[in-house]
Design a protein around this ligand. Structure first.
Ligand code: 5AD
Length: 473
């Protein structure tokens, strides 16, 4: 266990959010509290839904539980406790979890003392309504409540459900040591919460305000990760490049983390275009460990729609960042997020998105139909007026476009040689390794004498839309 209690917690000085009530609505729902004495050790199985931040939170939860004497298990049949670490970003994510809970209830009928908990963003979003939908759930806990997990497991034994839904703008879990699976790539949360107020997005309401973990703590974390054998560090934050611990900005952080002895590669996700500063671009251009890859969410190719989304940039400004990046880092791979069918999106707006994707030619894109989320600004102020069938058509059109572009870009890389960090055996063939190129493309090649964790030069011989296939040069 790390001891970082002597370090001051960073208190963000962020602009106030329009609906603070929703964020800090109460919540003194932590009923049934009792202390940890007499707590018996339990086997906990955690199932993770949603983004990489949730994967990272699961590692944090494992750290907290293990520290309190519990075990995390990898087979659900071994579990005394099943925790779902959930996502609220789109309706589908919540439907998936509700369906899963129905299945888990069957399991609970066979094993009466099984504890079922819902943690994370959907817990925070639906709050006590979750217990109406799934009354057999024992525990509902939002992303800032994980310190209460050991106490909660103890408390639910008395029978009543345990709710921990207080958002805490000071909670950064900086003193908790997450438990990670061994591997090559470690995900490191450098910032929690979000102060941007995109109208479509539930994140500020379920994860609270932005807070950055002090750089000295992160540097120590990275040294530890290197000692544990990790070679690549992926920095995580909702708007990761707005990082500021009141002494260092994101560019400084990149140089510092990349400078830790033994760090071979640094990536980060997801930056916000409005915070794409020169210091970030400088690190991408000049810091050898910072990979030549950027995921830069666009959301829409129509400035009008970007305005109703409150993205705080125009298409021209986004385009300028892309051109600047490509000028200074010619080999950079760009990926993005796009939403179609947002409130009021016309055919003309959609065409502008399509054309911008044609023009920019992202390496890859994550594409979504707009999903109305209760509690967001769009839900309150705008009308979800694009018919479902129209959303689906628009989505299919950009998926088809992007598949072709991704395949073409990969085909164009045939004959080039790319550095690949080897992660393990390829899924299909034990004679082959897989790893990621500097530009984050999955690359597969025969093993020869290389070892997992090596960075090797691979000459690309063929490709699909999502994979490069080659041989060590
Ligand atoms: N509907 C559809 N997509 C959404 N995203 C966020 N909120 C919504 C929503 N309500 C998408 C954005 C974001 C990604 C993580 O999820 O594109 O960048």
């Amino acid at each position: 266990m790390k001891n970082r209690s002597s370090l001051p917690l960073y208190t963000p000085s962020s602009p106030s959010l329009p609906d603070e009530k929703l964020l800090y609505q109460n919540t003194d729902l932590n009923n049934n509290r009792s202390d940890d004495s007499g707590l018996s050790s339990r086997n906990v199985y955690i199932e993770t839904y949603g983004c990489q931040m949730n994967v990272s939170d699961t590692e944090l939860m494992s750290g907290i539980l293990t520290q309190a004497g519990h075990r995390t298990v990898s087979h659900i049949d071994d579990a005394d406790v099943i925790l779902l670490n959930t996502c609220a970003i789109r309706e589908n994510a919540e439907i998936k979890v509700i369906n899963r809970l129905v299945h888990l209830n069957h399991r609970k009928r066979r094993k009466e003392d099984l504890i079922i908990g819902v943690c994370g963003c959907m817990a925070q979003h639906l709050r006590d309504k979750l217990l109406e939908a799934a009354p057999y759930v024992d525990l509902v806990m939002g992303p800032d409540g994980y310190r209460d997990l050991p106490m909660a497991l103890n408390a639910v034994v008395t029978g009543d459900p345990f709710l921990s839904l207080q958002l805490d703008k000071n909670e950064d879990y900086a003193d908790i040591a997450p438990i990670r699976k061994e591997g090559i790539r470690a995900w490191l949360t450098i910032q929690r919460g979000c102060d941007k107020m995109c109208t479509f997005c539930i994140v500020p309401f379920v994860r609270g305000r932005e807070r950055s973990i002090p750089l000295d703590i992160l540097t120590d974390d990275v040294k530890r990760l290197v000692d544990e054998g990790f070679k690549e560090i992926v920095l995580l934050g909702q708007t990761v490049n707005s990082y500021n611990d009141s002494q260092h900005d994101f560019g400084e952080l990149l140089w510092r983390i990349a400078g830790v002895d033994g760090v071979e590669r640094v990536r980060f996700t997801s930056p916000h275009p409005a915070d794409a500063t020169d210091s970030m671009i400088d690190a991408l251009e000049n810091c050898p460990e910072v990979c030549k890859q950027l995921h830069l969410p666009l959301q829409s190719g129509s400035t009008r729609v970007l305005e109703t989304m409150r993205r705080t940039y125009t298409v021209e400004q986004y385009r300028d960042i892309v051109y600047k990046l490509r000028e200074r880092v010619p080999q950079i791979a760009l990926s993005t997020d796009v939403i179609v069918g947002f409130c009021g999106e016309t055919e003309e707006d959609f065409k502008q998105t399509y054309q911008l994707m044609e023009e920019i030619r992202f390496d890859t894109a994550f594409m979504f139909k707009y999903s109305d989320r209760e509690g967001t600004l769009a839900n309150k102020m705008l009308s979800d007026d694009v018919p479902e069938s129209e959303k689906a058509r628009r989505l299919n059109e950009i998926i088809d476009l992007q598949e072709g572009i991704s395949a073409d870009i990969n085909t164009a890389s045939i004959g080039t040689t790319v550095p690949v960090l080897i992660e393990g055996n390829s899924r299909r063939n034990d004679e082959e390794y897989h790893g990621k190129s500097d530009t984050f493309k999955t690359t597969v090649f025969p093993k020869e004498n290389a070892r997992i964790g090596d960075i090797v030069d691979v000459t690309i011989q063929s490709s699909t839309a999502h994979t490069l296939i080659g041989e060590i040069a």
